[in-house]
Write a protein that binds this ligand. Structure first.
Ligand code: ADP
Ligand code: MG
Length: 681
């Protein structure tokens, strides 16, 4: 056993009580202690005040310029003020509750002070002062998260003790050639630099090393999982006819974009391979995922299998069924719709045809995963908008065939950084190109008090014979309030437009029949203006709708706004999206601006991720994001990609599984349980 795995009590100077307090912070072994990293550093370098921002901490050296004045208020509270000449600046320095400093402050003496800079009032509120010229013992001092009885000073000392007594035991975990290739510090030096940096470069290099290490470990686990899952689940090798597929593609009403061609190739090679496909297909709204789904289903059917397409709502199921029928039925492929509104005799019939293999492609909602639905020979399962389905539902569907290939489609552009972490065990295909000739949607941001002008603008579109969506405020906690909002907005607009236009109302409390009726009326232009909650978010296609107004836009995630906005801009006319929002914060304003500046879903989501952080991006419920000690998925995304590539190559190489320099990485994989208890070494 490595000595670093011993309890912290083995360190001379750490007793039982300390060990107990440390264990509250999840520090049990010496290794835990040494890997308790600072979350920031106190920076004691001298700086020019001209470069210091308001409220920043700063250390300066200057000459005392006035007699100190000391004021007491209350028994123990005092304020000591001096004027200090720092280069050309004359500033004030204030010390609270440190009256004893008074006699040290002698006019014309040089002192060094550290504190918070109030740029507006030209005052430093100092926490520390040293008489004499600047001579920092340490330019950077680590600051640690602490808990209970442990203080920052205390943990600094314990780490110092641990390092001096056990530092020589720290072993390298990464293979030598990687350290050389990326010029990374070895583990021991990196730990030293992390805890006891001499300068900024030390901090930077220590961080670089651990960012890479953390990402590599994480990616190794993901890639190992992927390999293991693949090998465990022999899939089916679908022998489709490439000729037929090519002819089918050539017969489409439009040529595929390059991005579509690329993802089709990726999917086809998965279908052909004996492994089970486990692929995520990402493409912005309108990027043309449906036709990719159709080609995949076509291929699977020509290989003698059945396919299934599962979507989250009935409206969407019907739309997909329609478009797939128009593409596939001319090829003699039988498509059928199955939702909960297919009932009675008709339902029995569909189910029978399905078991008999008379239906080639089944399209539906979660009704597809019910027990009674049995396929004859299911080869390919596609889910659209996969983030709406639970993991459990996806598994049930997969289990309906003999390890069918699975394709998850999503229009929520997941930033690359998150895609390769959260979906690290999946293959990812991206359609990052729009079909030619699309008009970009123009997006504007207006304050709520401009509603009248906005409605005037809407009416102009309506007068041209176009249709409009009005999306109501989102109240996540309460569907009831959501619905109430929609009803209120509907009333307001009915008042405004009088009987000039038909105004429809759509929300989550309508039955699916009612929803269907509303949607049908809207798509037939019997209704010109549709007031709706976010239920229209997914997939709905009414090309004549050219304008969307979104109330309280600041309450929505940017990715969601982008999804909503994708309901317009589906025809040949110029389309508009108007965000009504009075954001209170700078970040809120920034978010609205981003929406007005770009139509690229990936840019939107990357920005959103930057502004809100990964946890908020996915929402609290389903974050499931890995936690890193040092690394930051957003800012260190390059390292993340590098680590992913390295991990992928390693897992596939024979060296990794055999050579001694990979041993600690292999041991790590053993510990993660990726191999279901099977040990490697
Ligand atoms: P989404 O990715 O949002 O599901 P769709 O598959 O609904 O997008 O495609 C949006 C529209 O673009 C559809 O009307 C479709 O027929 C059309 N489309 C798809 N691919 C192309 C292409 N390569 N060239 C021209 N139009 C295309
Ligand atoms: Mg779609």
């Amino acid at each position: 056993m490595n000595n670093l795995k011993e309890s912290v009590t083995a360190v001379k100077g750490i007793g039982k009580e300390t060990a107990e307090a440390l264990s509250e912070m999840n520090i049990v072994t010496i290794e835990d202690l040494l890997e308790h990293f600072p979350y920031r550093y106190e920076d004691y370098r001298l700086r020019d005040l001209a470069d210091v921002k308001h409220d920043e901490r700063v250390t300066v050296e200057g000459k005392v310029h006035s007699e100190p004045s000391l004021v007491y208020y209350g028994k123990k509270r005092s304020r000591l003020t001096i004027r200090l000449l720092v280069n050309r600046y004359l500033i004030q320095v204030v010390f609270f509750n440190q009256p004893y400093l008074k006699q040290k402050m002698v006019i014309n003496e040089t002192i060094t002070v550290t504190g918070k800079w109030d740029q507006h009032r030209q005052v430093i509120t100092a926490s520390e002062a040293k008489v004499g010229t600047y001579s920092a013992v340490k330019e950077f001092e680590p600051v640690y998260a602490v808990k209970g009885d442990i203080t920052v000073k205390g943990i600094r000392r314990f780490i110092q003790l641990g390092f001096s007594q056990y530092g020589q035991e720290i072993e390298e975990t990464l293979p030598e050639h990687l350290l050389r290739q990326y010029r990374l510090l070895n583990r021991k030096d990196a730990l030293r630099a992390m805890h006891f940096p001499l300068n900024e470069e030390d901090v930077k290099q220590a961080r670089r090393r651990f960012v890479y290490e953390e990402f590599l470990y994480f990616q190794l686990k993901m890639q190992a999982l992927r390999k293991f899952e693949r090998e465990q689940s022999a899939g089916i090798s679908q022998a489709f006819s490439l000729d037929k597929v090519t002819t089918f593609i050539e017969g489409l009403p439009f040529p595929l974009t390059n991005a579509q061609k690329r993802v089709v190739d990726e999917i086809l090679s998965d279908l052909r391979s004996p492994y089970r496909m486990n692929r995520l297909l990402q493409g912005d709204v309108g990027s043309g995922k449906t036709v990719v789904a159709a080609i995949s289903l076509f291929s699977s059917v020509t290989a003698g299998y059945q396919g299934a397409l599962m979507v989250p709502t009935e409206i969407l199921a019907e739309q997909h069924a329609e478009s797939l029928k128009s593409l596939l039925e001319p090829q003699n492929i039988k498509c059928e719709l199955l939702t909960s509104s297919v009932k009675g005799k008709r339902r029995k019939e569909v189910l029978q045809l399905l078991v008999d293999g008379e239906i080639d492609v089944l399209i539906g909602t979660h009704a597809l995963i019910q027990e009674e639905v049995q396929f004859k020979k299911l080869g390919l399962v596609i889910t659209d908008e996969q983030h709406r389905f639970g993991v459990g539902q996806r598994r049930i569907l997969r289990e309906k065939g003999e390890n069918p290939d699975v394709l998850f489609m999503t229009a929520t552009p997941i930033p690359r950084t998150l895609a390769i972490t959260v979906f690290g065990e999946m293959d990812v295909s991206i359609i990052d190109e729009m079909p030619a000739g699309r008009k970009a949607i123009e997006t504007y941001w207006a304050k709520h008090d401009m509603l009248d002008r906005v409605l005037g603008f809407v009416e102009k579109e309506l007068l041209k014979g176009r249709q409009a969506y009005v999306i109501c405020p989102l109240i996540e906690e309460s569907e009831k309030l959501d619905v109430q909002n929609a009803i209120d907005v509907h009333a307001t607009l009915t008042q405004y437009f009088q009987s000039r236009y038909q105004i429809g109302l759509m929300h989550g409390r309508l039955t699916s029949d009612e929803k269907d009726q509303v949607m049908k009326a809207f798509s037939l232009n019997e209704v010109q203006l549709l007031v709706s909650t976010t239920v229209v978010e997914v997939g709905v296609n009414v090309p004549n709708a050219t304008i969307m107004v979104i109330y309280d836009a600041e309450r929505f995630g940017l990715a969601q706004l982008h999804q909503l906005r994708g309901r317009v801009g589906r025809g040949s006319e110029q389309s508009y999206c108007i965000l009504l929002a009075d954001p209170k914060t700078e970040v809120g304003k920034e978010r609205m601006k981003i929406m007005t500046e770009t139509n690229d879903g990936f840019v939107v989501s990357e920005k959103d991720l930057e502004l809100r952080g990964p946890g908020d991006f996915f929402g609290k419920k389903q974050s499931g994001l890995p936690e890193f000690k040092v690394a930051d998925m957003v800012h260190d995304y390059r390292a993340l990609e590098t680590a992913r590539n390295d991990a992928t190559l390693m897992i596939q190489s024979t060296e990794f599984w055999n050579l001694p320099e990979y041993k600690s990485l292999r041991l790590y994989l053993n510990e993660t349980g990726v191999f279901n208890g099977e040990k490697l070494d």
